[in-house]
Design a protein around this ligand. Structure first.
Ligand code: AMP
Length: 424
């Protein structure tokens, strides 16, 4: 037999790691509910045309693409936004705006695997569709803040930029959209020299070089600098004003530091306005990010509809929690193994197990038919807290033996008092 391993870049999640993922997705659902977002479940496989319409070359080239048996060109979703935009232009077209949609699940990108970078990874995704107002942008950033806070992450910070400012300047300087996309992709990778080389006009190169240098942890100072810097670029100036309004709303409601960087760009091509990412000091990779995308719905054939959204990388949040040694699992419930001494006692033993389970106590029932010694040894190995030993003699008196597997003490407990024992 071949030695089967998961496909490169894909992982099995076991034990505490699986529990951590569930913990994170639970917090994401809690956040969705607090902010009025409804969960939708969309397919993992979508038409290639839909997924590649506006994601940008970076992700387009990294999709898992295949033909299904009906000769359709399809792909595994590399993100959620395209599927949500499809919903907004079809099934939910007539629904009153805004739409607030939440999704969680795996997405697929053929990235080079390393710590925090996988080919199958999990995201929790939020899209707020139908508002162009600063308060919509603020809501998306604040729900991200809520998510990080609920998870128990410390010292997280927001990095914020605005694609609209960069694009407005480039457009006014006559740079076509295709070149703009290429410039932004390179800026996303911090390859600023390569980005600047794509621009023929010296004036525009100078303007962009200056813009890239405007960054600080004091967002109000950056906003002020940008107001001066965009003089003569009306659209860019409007964008700066809107950005300041969003940040005022956000800063009022979070203690997290906000670092504003005028030259910050993100890989996805559909962004038109504010963009952001979340970081902790201990990790260089972003835990999540998002931004405004006002033209995507229109590109998909819908009415022009403004929208803003974000995605949190669950795999990376798990690494962040581990790095910060967050204490996720306070073990409130004791777990119990119920073991009959002899085969003919299994009916009674199972009944006892069911009584405990009905009272909400987690029970592992002995299903291997093992002798008591072996079953106890196994319970010890798996760190079970208590064993209930069901023997004929005790049963006759309406009782069982309860063994504390940590202290090794044991006592006889009447059946009627068993549930109570674990509840205290
Ligand atoms: P994006 O959809 O590119 O905006 O990414 C949103 C978030 O997904 C990022 O901030 C990361 O936390 C996470 N992410 C992106 N790519 C990967 C990957 N290859 N492996 C794990 N997480 C990822």
């Amino acid at each position: 037999m071949p030695d089967f391993q998961p496909v490169r870049g894909m992982r099995d999640l076991l034990g505490e790691e699986a529990q951590t993922f569930t913990y994170i997705t639970d917090k994401a659902r809690e956040t969705a509910s607090l902010y009025g977002f409804k969960e939708v479940i969309t397919p993992h496989v979508e038409h290639l045309d839909l997924l590649s319409a506006k994601t940008g070359d970076e992700i387009r080239q990294r999709m898992f693409v295949f033909k299904d048996l009906g000769e359709r060109q399809v792909a595994l979703r590399p993100e959620f936004t395209a599927s949500i935009a499809r919903l907004a232009t079809t099934t939910l077209k007539k629904d009153p705006k805004p739409l607030r949609l939440f999704s969680v699940g795996t997405v697929y990108r053929y990235d080079e695997p390393q710590r925090g970078r996988y080919r199958e990874f999990w995201q929790s995704n939020f899209e707020l569709i139908g508002s162009s107002k600063p308060e919509a942008d603020a809501e998306i950033i604040l729900l991200s803040n809520n998510q990080m806070k609920l998870l128990g992450l410390k010292d997280y910070a927001f990095k914020i930029g605005h694609i609209g400012i960069i694009r407005s300047i480039l457009s006014q300087e006559g740079i076509d959209e295709k070149t703009q996309n290429a410039v932004l992709q390179l800026m996303d990778k911090k390859e600023y020299d390569a980005a600047l080389q794509l621009i023929a006009s010296e004036k525009c190169r100078k303007m962009l070089t200056g813009l890239i240098e405007i960054r600080s942890n004091d967002w109000q100072d950056v906003a002020k600098q940008l107001q001066d810097y965009t003089a003569g670029y009306e659209k860019a100036k409007d964008a700066v004003e809107k950005l300041s309004e969003v940040l005022e709303l956000v800063a009022e409601n979070t203690n997290a530091p906000i670092k504003l960087e005028a030259g910050f760009a993100r890989g996805l091509e559909y962004y038109t306005g504010i963009i952001f990412e979340i970081y902790i000091p201990q990790l260089e990779i972003a835990l999540g990010g998002g931004g405004r995308y006002d033209r995507l719905i229109e590109i998909f054939g819908g009415e022009p509809t403004p929208a803003v959204g974000c995605a949190h990388g669950i795999d990376r949040v798990a690494i962040a929690l581990q790095t910060q040694k967050a204490n996720l699992f306070s073990k409130a419930d004791k777990n119990v193994a119920v073991i009959p001494i002899a085969e003919n006692l299994k009916f009674e033993a199972l009944k006892i197990a069911q009584t405990l389970r009905n009272a909400g106590i987690p029970v592992e029932f002995e299903v291997m038919g093992r002798k008591m010694g072996k079953a106890l040894e196994d319970a010890d190995k798996r760190k079970v807290d208590f064993a209930i030993i069901v023997g004929e003699r005790e049963l006759k008196e309406g009782a069982v033996v309860l063994k504390d597997l940590t202290s090794r003490e044991q006592s006889t407990v009447p059946l009627g008092k068993l549930v109570e024992k674990f509840k205290n």
